[in-house]
Design a protein around this ligand. Structure first.
Ligand code: SAM
Length: 321
């Protein structure tokens, strides 16, 4: 088996407080436990032997970690890596976008759960206009595509689907709708009642724009991507609850304190920090071979469990969504 994609969480800190993501009284990882950029880059390089070509930097909020562009630079120096992305809330993106572009970042995914400033603030405690400024600046700098991720929550922002599509058209971005998962419980706990099955969102968009056409572009596999006829705007649906598709998953996650997380649905993790800090290249390679076997077994177990979520104790800010 190959591992083609790694999501790297660089911090568990965040400058927003989304109600479904950030718990009260979150205990942060002590500074010395957090992987250093050189350690992360060493792991990325070692994983290229097993097929790694694509990485995504996330968090917590990746832009709160000082000099995050230095990590981008280090990864950019690894010739096998074809694609470096970042998932950010974009609150401070306007201050970072230029440095990230220069460092070699390829793409941006930006989280926005509401286009209504008041509701955005209610969900996140942040200011929507800061995010929009970041998007406009990133577009000017040539980041393309920019993907906007919106978690759709029943009774809260489900009526905004068409607004997001219009936003995608106006801003020249793609939009990804996401079902809320029972992980990373924030200060308001997940409830099945919050999940809006996204086929209903899709129907609404089709009523307005006509039948969506499956897109030919290949993503990381988590989204089903469509295009609006004639407009060419891309819209993705990530449906881990109503229609999971994990088959053939070759994605891993690295937490900020150096745990390799095999799958979002379980708490199975293998710590790589000790090997990275004290081990030889051979030790690291042996560790990665164990990870590949564990990932294969995990994929089989997930299928057997019918894609159920276990009681994930880790919060999303420390997993890296
Ligand atoms: N701070 C960055 C951001 O906001 O994009 C990166 C980390 S954040 C955890 C990544 C994404 O995970 C966000 O789009 C967030 O909405 C999403 N997320 C967090 N908890 C989630 C959940 N329970 N279900 C689905 N998406 C979730």
């Amino acid at each position: 088996m190959e591992i083609s994609y790694l999501r790297i969480s660089v911090t568990d800190k965040c400058n927003l407080k989304c109600f479904y993501c950030r718990p009260d009284n979150q205990e942060f990882i002590p500074h010395e436990e957090i992987l250093r950029y050189e350690e992360i880059a060493r792991l990325v390089k070692a994983m290229t032997k097993y097929g790694l070509r694509k990485v995504r930097i996330t968090g917590g909020e990746p832009l709160v970690r000082p000099q995050i562009e230095n990590l981008v630079k280090l990864i950019r120096e690894i010739p096998e890596i074809e694609d470096i992305g970042m998932t950010t809330n974009a609150i401070t993106l306007k201050h970072h976008a230029e440095k990230l572009k220069e460092a070699g970042l390829d793409r941006l995914n930006i989280s926005i759960d509401s286009l209504k400033p008041e509701l955005f603030h209610q969900i996140t405690k942040g200011r929507l206009e800061d995010v929009l400024e970041g998007i406009r600046m990133s577009k000017k700098l040539g980041f393309d595509p920019i993907k906007v991720n919106a978690v759709i929550i029943k009774g809260l922002n489900e009526d905004e689907a068409l607004d997001f599509v219009k936003f995608a058209i106006d801003y020249g971005v793609e939009v990804r709708f996401i079902e809320m998962m029972p992980i990373g419980q924030g200060y308001i706990k997940w409830d099945e009642e919050m999940v809006k099955p996204l086929d209903q969102v899709r129907e609404k968009i089709e009523e307005r724009y006509g039948r969506l056409i499956p897109s030919t572009s290949i993503g990381s596999g988590a989204a089903r991507v469509y295009e609006i006829p004639k407009l060419g705007v891309k819209i993705g649906f990530i449906t881990p609850i109503s229609n999971p598709f994990c088959d053939g998953c070759s994605k891993l996650r690295l937490t900020a304190e150096g745990k390799i997380k095999l799958c979002l649905r379980t708490d199975e993790e293998l710590s790589v920090k000790e090997v990275l800090r004290y081990g030889t290249d051979e030790d690291l390679d042996e560790f990665l071979r164990k990870v590949l076997i564990a990932k294969e077994i995990s994929n089989l177990n997930i299928q057997k469990s019918n894609y159920a979520f276990s009681d994930c104790v880790r919060v999303m800010t420390s997993i890296g969504g």
